[in-house]
Design a protein around this ligand. Structure first.
Ligand code: SF4
Ligand code: SF4
Length: 169
């Protein structure tokens, strides 16, 4: 089993983040929110470093009466400490965000380095041309009826060519 590691690209927060909406502001840093995916409601606490800009943005949108939903999540911010993005409510983010895995399998080469990731049902994300070719020719055609059988079959095909597959926790 491989441990899922988020590289903070923020893509998931852009694509489904608009489904996390603010129901009510409770204080300068606290909001009551709803996740429209599972209709859950939850309180969030905003990192003070981002509190003012988020509150100002909400106030500006309300004043403009735009009526448009913001597509990326309201709490997605540029990471001020380095590259990538930052969830301004990370410690209180909803279950849907905690559970989300944008890839479900990692593939390692003979040196043990990660050289590919499986996203969605059976799509490969890799810069290894040989692995990409192998995937297209032999793995993508493996029928996906049963997850366990699929994983075993794929792991077997990869191991014959010096790769190993790890399921993400
Ligand atoms: S879970 Fe995946 S898509 Fe979302 S921010 Fe992390 S690496 Fe990016
Ligand atoms: S609450 Fe945080 S982790 Fe969830 S979509 Fe928004 S920014 Fe991303």
């Amino acid at each position: 089993m491989a441990v899922f590691e988020c590289d903070r690209c923020g893509k998931c927060c852009v694509s489904f983040g608009h489904l996390i909406t603010i129901e009510r502001q409770l204080s300068d840093l606290d909001y009551y929110c709803r996740c429209k995916i599972d209709n859950s409601v939850f309180p969030v606490h905003v990192d003070p470093a981002y509190g003012e800009e988020i509150a100002d943005e909400i106030a500006a949108d309300e004043a403009a009466h735009s009526g448009k939903e913001k597509k990326p999540c309201r709490f997605l911010r540029k990471n001020r400490q380095g590259e990538g993005t930052h969830c301004a409510v990370y410690s209180t983010r909803p279950e849907i965000c905690r559970d989300f895995r944008c890839y479900r399998m990692v593939i390692r080469n003979h040196k043990g380095d990660i050289c590919g990731r499986v996203v969605g049902k059976n799509t490969i994300s890799t810069e290894d041309a040989a692995l990409e070719h192998l995937w297209k020719e032999q793995v993508a055609v493996v029928p996906y009826r049963d997850t366990t059988a699929w994983k075993e079959k794929v792991a077997g095909i990869l191991s014959e060519r010096g790769y190993s597959a790890d399921i993400v926790e």
